[in-house]
Every structure is written in structure tokens, then in C-alpha cells.
Design a binder for this molecule. Structure first.
Ligand SMILES: C[S@@+](CC[C@H](N)C(=O)[O-])C[C@H]1O[C@@H](n2cnc3c(N)ncnc32)[C@H](O)[C@@H]1O
Length: 414
């Protein structure tokens, strides 16, 4: 199976709604659904992020269930998979354009009534103009009564917040632009928002035209390393799991919380946006290194420990959560069902952590057989390719240039 998909168009349908770190590319989800989802009626993504696999599941005629701890990711996943009657959406778009026209040309009588939010460091991340203009937009969005349409607008607002802030756009963490860049950076928040709304409207129309009737996706706020209640997903009910789990703890790999912090705060999803990274997998630091039921993992954690015990604890904390989430996910899969995990072998302190092999070991412990592991070169995904695995500033080592797609099948089918 060739999963490289060089130069593919990855933002078709609703896939282009919003940027997000380490997004799965839709072509992978599509190829895996074609190969392993032929008889499936439903799909579960335990780390659904912005919902790439759920969108593809719906386009393939499967119902989707996703879980994620990041409220912004859940919002994006939900809007990408929620049909809206296009005439109703267009009415709201027109109403918003009128509101903006009246505001811009001074026809709004109560210009001073715009509520500007205040959260920690807001002035560090936004110019006065951008802060005011985004407030003009968000004040309108707050008045939308139709829930789905409000969320549709919120996604475009979140993207506008990111694009017009002083964050460096090529980083996952919150880094401020240089003073030189800030001096010349003069975004027009209104046109960024309008453009995003228009693009997303067309993407949604495409999704609705192509997705099969009567399928839908449900998205939940769950920590998948905790037990998932049966009322949310009954045991042995899912035909297929398709996911890209986090690569390591958020603080030292991909900081989803930092990436989403400004939008999460502005949209009122959480008052401490950065704290999310501590809740994600591996964020709660283990006080000792447990013995894992994977020889490869035990050996590799020990190698890291010989160099740096503290980093070994980070690694152990992540895989402890990873194993319990695989146990929980395994319970939800039907006998004969598939689990497809898109993972990467990352390097810590110069030691390569074989997440592909570890994923296989964990699933085998939980009643699955290994079907295959496919390797792909990352060419078109937002990923950190290098990090300072030694912990020393400036010393960069390759982080993830290859991805592995581990396919497992649950034992016991007739
Ligand atoms: C690689 S991203 C998934 C990206 C997704 N495939 C997409 O296309 O947007 C991993 C996701 O795992 C979520 N996550 C991390 N730890 C989690 C946990 N313990 N429970 C649920 N979600 C978690 C993060 O918030 C992040 O959105």
C-alpha cells in the first residue's frame, strides 16, 4: 500500500476549515477506509482532533464517533461533519455582511457598545486594531441563535484569531513574532474572516453533496486513557478505529494546548488555555517508571533513563497513558474489527522510541492480531521535523520524517 500521497490536495470538502498541528491527511483515512472499512458501518477516532477520519467516514457512508480533550478541536470536528441547510446558512452570511458593512461605514449607531474581552496577555498577542475588529466579529457571533450556525461562525472566527494574532504561524507553540515583523504585519481581520466564511461555506456544501445520507458523527469530551462509559460507546460495538494519536507528551512534542490557547480563551472555552497540555496524554508526570508489558519499550525507557531520568519519566508517563487508552479502545471494537493507528517513531535523547512496535505490542496484549505496518514519508503534513531531543538549545535531531500505519485486527470473529 503506497501511502505517501505526495503533492495531494488535502483541503477538499470540509478538510480545509481550520489549521491544526499534526493533522492526518484525508488521503490516508480514505485509503484505509477503502481497504479495511469495506463492511464497516461505523468508525471510532479516540483522538479525533479536527475530525479528518470522521469526515472521511461520513463520506464513505459510515457513522463516526470521536473523542478529544481539546474543546477547539471538538468544535472544528463537529462543524466539519454537521450539515446545515444551505439557504439558512446563506441568510446568516448575508445578515453578517450587512452588519459588517454598517459597522465599517459608520451606519451602526452603537459603535461604542462593542464588548472587547480581556484575558491574560491579550495585548501581548493582538494589536489594538485587531483586538477591536475581532471583537466586532465575535459580538455578532455571540448573537447567533441557531447553534450549528453559531459554531460554524466560531470556527472561522478561531482561524481569524490565529491568522491575525502576533503568533508565528510556522510554530505550534505560542511564540511572538519579531518586533520587525510586528511592525509590518497589518492584517485585515474582517477580510480574513469573510474569506474563511466563504471558503468554509463552499466546503460544507461539497461535504453535504458527497456524504452519504443518514450518516452522522458524534464528538465527545473524553480522556481516552480513562474508561469510556458504555452509554457513550457500548463495548464491542465499533467496526473500525482509525486515528493518529499524539506522538508524545504535548509539552515536549506537539503543544495542542498552546496552539489552541488564544482561540480557546477568546471563545470562552477555558480560562487557562495553556493548562490543556498538562491534561493531554503524558501530561501528568509519573513519579516512577513502571514495568511495561512491551520489551522494546522497557529497553528504550531504560536507555533514556541512563542518560536522563527526568526525560525517562516523561516518556514513561506518555506510554502509561497510551497503553491504558489502547486497552479502553480495544474494548470498544467488535470481534473481527480493525484498528488503524498512524504513528511515528520519535527520538528522545538520541534514543529512537519504536512507537510502531509498541502500538503493536499493546494491541496484541488486548486481543488483536497484527495485520501489517505500512511506512510512509511525511511530505504534506504540519509536523515538527526536528526538535532538540538532547534538551540542549540549538542541537536539533530529526523528530518525525516517517510515519507508520499499524493495522491490527481483533481476534475471535467467526
Ligand atoms: C495527532 S492529533 C489528531 C489529529 C487529527 N487526526 C486531525 O486530523 O485533526 C492528536 C489529538 O489527541 C488529543 N489528545 C491528546 N491526549 C488525549 C487524551 N488523553 N484523550 C483524548 N484526546 C487526547 C489532542 O488534543 C489532539 O487533538
Amino acid at each position: 500500500m503506497d501511502l505517501d500521497f505526495k503533492n495531494s490536495h488535502t483541503t477538499y470538502s470540509t478538510h480545509g476549515f481550520h489549521t491544526y498541528p499534526a493533522k492526518m491527511i484525508p488521503q490516508i483515512a480514505k485509503a484505509l477506509l477503502d481497504e479495511f472499512g469495506k463492511n464497516a458501518t461505523n468508525l471510532f477516532d479516540p483522538y479525533c482532533g479536527t475530525g479528518t477520519s470522521l469526515v472521511e467516514a461520513n463520506l464513505h457512508g459510515l457513522n463516526g464517533i470521536g473523542t478529544d480533550l481539546n474543546p477547539l478541536a471538538r468544535l472544528i470536528a463537529k462543524t466539519k461533519t454537521t450539515p446545515i441547510e444551505i439557504q439558512t446558512l446563506d441568510l446568516h452570511l448575508r445578515d453578517f455582511y450587512n452588519y459588517l458593512f454598517n459597522y465599517r461605514f459608520g451606519f451602526t449607531t452603537n459603535q461604542d457598545s462593542i464588548v472587547v474581552p480581556s484575558f491574560k496577555n491579550i495585548d501581548f498577542w493582538f494589536s489594538r486594531t485587531v483586538k477591536k475588529d475581532i471583537s466586532v466579529i465575535s459580538n455578532y457571533v455571540d448573537t447567533i441563535e441557531n447553534h450549528d450556525i453559531k459554531e460554524f461562525f466560531q470556527v472561522a472566527l478561531s482561524q481569524t484569531i490565529r491568522l491575525c494574532s502576533w503568533t508565528r504561524k510556522n510554530e505550534f507553540k505560542l511564540y511572538r513574532m519579531s518586533p520587525e515583523r510586528i511592525r509590518i504585519f497589518k492584517p485585515d481581520s474582517f477580510s480574513v474572516f469573510e474569506k474563511t466564511l466563504g471558503k468554509n461555506r463552499d466546503g460544507l456544501l461539497d461535504f453535504m453533496n458527497k456524504s452519504k445520507e443518514k450518516v452522522s458523527s458524534r464528538i465527545y469530551d473524553f480522556d481516552t486513557s480513562e474508561r469510556i462509559p458504555k452509554r457513550v460507546i457500548p463495548d464491542e460495538s465499533m467496526d473500525m478505529v482509525l486515528t493518529s494519536p499524539p506522538y508524545g507528551d504535548s509539552t515536549t512534542t506537539v503543544a495542542y494546548g498552546q496552539f489552541s490557547a488564544l482561540a480557546n480563551q477568546w471563545l470562552g472555552f477555558m480560562d487557562r488555555g495553556r493548562a490543556l497540555d498538562e491534561q493531554l496524554m503524558g501530561g501528568k508526570k509519573a513519579s516512577r517508571i513502571p514495568k511495561f508489558k512491551s520489551r522494546v519499550l522497557n529497553d528504550q525507557v531504560r536507555e533514556v533513563e541512563n542518560i536522563d531520568r527526568n526525560r525517562a519519566l516523561d516518556v514513561a508517563s506518555f506510554y502509561r497513558g497510551y497503553h491504558s487508552s489502547i486497552r479502553n479502545v480495544s474494548n470498544k471494537v467488535k470481534k473481527g474489527g480493525y484498528a488503524c493507528y498512524v504513528v511515528s517513531n520519535r527520538t528522545v535523547k538520541g534514543i529512537q522510541l519504536e512507537t510502531g512496535q509498541i502500538t503493536k505490542d499493546f494491541f496484541e496484549l488486548n486481543g488483536f492480531d497484527h495485520v501489517d505496518t505500512f511506512s510512509r514519508t511525511i511530505t504534506n503534513k504540519r509536523m515538527p521535523k526536528k526538535n532538540s531531543s538532547s534538551g540542549k538549545k540549538g542541537k536539533k535531531t530529526p523528530l518525525m520524517n516517517k510515519e507508520l500505519v499499524v493495522v491490527m485486527k481483533k481476534r475471535g470473529a467467526q
